[in-house]
Write a protein that binds this ligand. Structure first.
Ligand code: DHB
Length: 399
């Protein structure tokens, strides 16, 4: 078998890339190791940047998003019993969309299959080979037999544990990592969101986030110690902790001091560790990495999915140019271009994370720095604008 671009991984990065390439007249085959059902149900991110929304429109996977997604103009920060609203729409002229990654993935899969374009599930990639030649290949197992897919280019969009990046020799890889001393316990609950906008809180006992998936489904997170077992937390204890962390000082916010969090049946509970990883370079020969295969950000600020989509937007333009004119300029720049945004998002995610979490080792200096940052955001419109620009995402080419 032969194609122009062999895409390892059928998550949002690989699927979006396949669609963008098709619009540029480039053929691809997408190989996904897991079953379709698993890809379509795993609970992941929920916030789409303006540019991610644009990409979904470009490929024509926007109908259900426009019907069911929730555009958000702003979000709220809470700390020390105070509340600050960041009005993205007013500060930047743009907003974000609440639309679950699982829904994005479902739409990208359905569109691909409706086009009759190749997308294989349960196709386990065993090896990416010959990336230093102009004839790279992917060896994979499908329906009990081994196959080889030859291509001009291989893209590794196969997540942080995927096989693709092993095709880059160890001695050429630089790996940067930060492990945070806390995790997130996340819940989904069948109850209407208590606030129409997201609330990010630095509570006395740690971070909390009130989010949503729809007008009738609440998504919420609390900071917990690393190693926490999600099942060890009773539902009522989670709601109690969320309520305590969102509590406002009634003297400061007489109107909202009585904020109560609506509780409902918890349908999903899981723990996510918080870490940041960047591996450089994102290209070796004819292999290009995109999304989690090259970088992980902690969830605070919701950059992971958006970074993956930004990678493949840059890559699709570069590959489109190369296949049509043999001009390698954009392809040669891909790794540096993508990494510039990755580090911007890594810095933003670090800022949001450290500003809003309580370090269990209790460094009082760090605590005061976090509060100083929050106070600055409260009093300074330019500080709010900088936060809003990063949150709603920077346009391609402006990072
Ligand atoms: C969600 C996750 C985030 O990391 C975030 O910053 C905002 C929202 C969410 O899952 O809804």
């Amino acid at each position: 078998d032969r194609t122009q671009v062999a895409i390892v991984g059928g998550g949002p990065a690989g699927l979006m890339l396949a669609h963008l390439l098709r619009l540029r007249g480039v053929d691809s085959v997408v190989l996904e190791a897991r079953p379709r059902e698993r890809v379509e149900t795993r609970q992941r991110a929920g916030i789409l940047e303006h540019g991610t929304v644009d990409a979904l429109r470009e490929v024509g996977a926007d109908a259900r998003m426009d019907e069911l997604g929730l555009p958000h103009d702003g979000f709220e920060l809470r700390f020390s019993g105070r509340s600050v609203r960041v009005d993205m729409q007013e500060l930047t002229g743009q907003r974000v969309m609440i639309w679950a990654q699982t829904e994005v993935t479902k739409d990208l899969i359905a569109l691909r299959l409706s086009q009759g374009e190749p997308l294989l599930f349960d196709a386990e990639v065993l090896e990416v080979a010959d990336v230093e030649t102009d004839g790279p290949s992917v060896r994979y197992r499908y329906e009990g037999a081994e196959h080889v897919l030859r291509a001009d280019v291989v893209v590794g969009a196969d997540g942080s544990h995927g096989p693709a990046r092993r095709a880059i020799p160890e001695h050429l890889v630089r790996r940067f990592e930060r492990i945070y001393p806390y995790s997130w316990l996340g819940i989904l609950a069948d109850v209407a969101p208590s606030s129409h906008e997201l609330i990010y809180a630095r509570g006395r006992t740690g971070f909390a986030l009130a989010s949503m998936r729809s007008p009738s489904v609440t998504r919420a997170y609390i900071q917990v110690p690393n190693g926490t077992d999600a099942q060890a937390w009773a539902d009522e204890a989670i709601w109690d902790e969320l309520s305590a962390r969102f509590a406002l000082d009634p003297g400061e916010h007489a109107d909202r001091g009585s904020f109560t969090l609506a509780r409902g049946p918890v349908t999903d509970k899981s723990v996510t560790p918080m870490r940041s990883v960047v591996t450089e370079p994102m290209r070796h020969g004819r292999l290009f990495l995109a999304g989690d295969a090259a970088h992980i950000v902690p969830p605070t600020g919701a950059k992971g999915l958006n970074l993956a989509v930004a990678d493949v937007r840059v890559l699709a333009d570069a590959l489109g140019e190369w296949f049509s004119s043999k001009d390698e300029t954009l392809l040669d720049a891909y790794s540096d271009t993508a990494l510039r945004r990755v580090w911007r998002a890594s810095h933003f995610s670090w800022t949001m994370t450290t500003m809003l979490h309580v370090d269990p080792d209790g460094d009082p200096f760090d605590e005061q720095l976090a509060l100083a940052h929050l106070h600055h955001i409260e009093v300074s419109e330019s500080a709010r604008r900088a936060l809003a620009e990063n949150y709603r995402g920077l346009a391609l080419g402006t990072v």
